[in-house]
Design a protein around this ligand. Structure first.
Ligand code: AMP
Ligand code: GLY
Length: 436
């Protein structure tokens, strides 16, 4: 519980910025808090309407958000997506005296520049894949020509690319083609001007959220997401097609090592560099034989991991968010978790992660929500009269808790089977490995 600053701590007005599945899950969890009076979303989605007031302001519209905050006397803003953070939304709101959960543009560089994040990790001895950064294609090609065994490796666009800017080439030709598309064909615009080539890490992945006020951290239960679009981890990378919590790779040994050598060190590294970070640090980790190593950082909660993680959080999330935003995280009580696992299955539009077809009517949402243990979070949906239609790449995050991973999976897929729209894309093997 947050003491002091906000006592009495009742009556918060909290604005969630964004309109995806992650933001629906955040709004849903915030709305469950007895400390909250009103939850607002900008812009939210048809799903958030059930738990919050939607305001037609885009996450990218800093002026609009600033006005909304003043007009509605919001006392905490929780920023969901990375783009507004990278563009300085949190800096601006803080300057205006508003409490914000989410880093300023300086801290957001842990995600908005992979080269910056790599440099931070190198300087502070934070375990991560060995890497090189290239500004010119010719230099990258020369490096590949001189190196022995340069593949497999990871080729990454430096900047923000909606989770799609990473290629794992198996041959040098594939590597050069991927780098050429990023650097010369500008596949991701300026985000691909610089390219990072990384050592290929072997092991199991996990996603860990550290909530921090820049000094103290609270580590949430680890999740695993499923990045590739196809069953059996095939096809291109996506923002995430599903998640399971807890992550099978998140053993006590891995979590202890990660907390000590990576999560705490990262917060200290940022503070030593003079970067004030108040929000969530998402660390994508590979549990390798040599211990956990950082694959990537994100400056926000993950999507769809958040949907799975928050289904298991039994503590009130509001003291955590307020504590981090106000620099008083040390006063927040230990978090409590539902011991049952959770599974999130993403339902996407045809074509995802490429160009998608949208505008199709979604049927069966109500029936899906009636499956015991299931909550259907909306992502890319829109309301037309009393119908809900598809309006984005990832459309729904169907989440379930169950006594076992197998039971949670079965419930999630039962709910998915009750939903239909034209050409819907679903991975059939989410959490299958974790259920074994
Ligand atoms: P990122 O966007 O950096 O998380 O990368 C997307 C996905 O590519 C990760 O979730 C991993 O599955 C994979 N990946 C990225 N970097 C590496 C690496 N150095 N070694 C092995 N796999 C990687
Ligand atoms: N699911 C990974 C991400 O949010 O970037």
């Amino acid at each position: 519980m947050v003491r002091g600053l906000h006592s009495p701590v009742m009556g918060h007005r909290i604005l969630v910025v964004g309109g995806g599945g992650r933001e629906h899950a955040l709004a849903w969890k915030i709305a469950a808090s007895p400390l909250v009076d009103r939850v607002l979303c900008a812009p939210g989605n048809p799903g958030t309407r059930a738990v919050a007031e939607n305001h037609a302001v885009k996450a990218s519209d800093a002026d609009g958000i600033s006005k909304l905050v003043r007009r509605e006397k919001v006392d905490l803003v929780v920023v969901g997506p990375e783009d507004p953070l990278a563009l300085g939304l949190a800096d601006r709101l803080r300057k205006e005296g508003v409490l914000v959960f989410g880093p300023g543009a300086a801290g957001a560089q842990i995600e908005s520049s992979k080269a910056w994040a790599k440099d931070l990790m190198r300087r502070y001895g934070i375990p991560t894949a060995a890497s090189r950064t290239f500004d010119r294609f010719a230099a990258l090609r020369a490096w590949f020509e001189e190196s022995q065994d340069p593949v497999p490796c990871a080729i990454k666009a430096d900047g923000l690319a909606a989770g799609k800017g990473v290629v794992i080439p198996q041959t040098v030709d594939e590597a050069l083609e991927a780098a050429w598309e990023m650097m010369e064909e500008k596949k991701f615009g300026d985000a691909g001007k610089r390219v990072i080539v990384e050592e290929f890490l072997r092991g199991r992945e996990l996603s860990v959220f550290s909530i921090t006020d820049g000094r103290t951290i609270a580590v949430l239960e680890p999740a695993q997401d499923y990045k590739r679009v196809g069953d059996g981890d095939t096809g291109p990378n996506t923002g995430g097609m599903g998640a399971v919590c807890p992550a099978p790779a998140g053993t006590p040994e891995v979590m202890d090592a990660a907390t000590r050598e990576i999560l705490v060190r990262t917060v200290h590294a940022l503070a030593r560099d003079g970067v004030e970070y108040r929000g969530c640090i998402f660390t994508g980790l590979m549990a390798t034989r040599a211990g956990p190593k950082v694959i990537e950082f994100n400056c926000r909660f993950g999507d769809p991991e958040t949907q799975a993680v928050l289904r298991r959080m039994t503590s009130d999330i509001v003291p955590l968010l307020v504590g981090a935003a106000s620099g008083r995280l040390a006063d927040v009580e230990r978090l409590e978790w539902d011991q049952r696992p959770s599974v999130c299955v993403v339902v996407a539009s045809p074509g995802y992660p490429g160009k998608v077809t949208t505008g199709d009517a979604i049927v069966g949402l109500e029936a899906a929500g009636e499956v015991p243990g299931v909550v259907v979070f909306h992502a890319g949906t829109a309301a037309v009269g009393d119908r809900v239609i598809t309006a984005g790449g990832r459309v729904l995050s169907v989440t379930a808790v169950g006594d076992t991973v197998a039971a949670a999976r079965a419930a999630a897929y039962e709910a998915v089977s009750r939903i239909s729209f034209s050409g819907m894309v679903v991975r059939r093997d989410i959490a299958a490995d974790a259920a074994r």
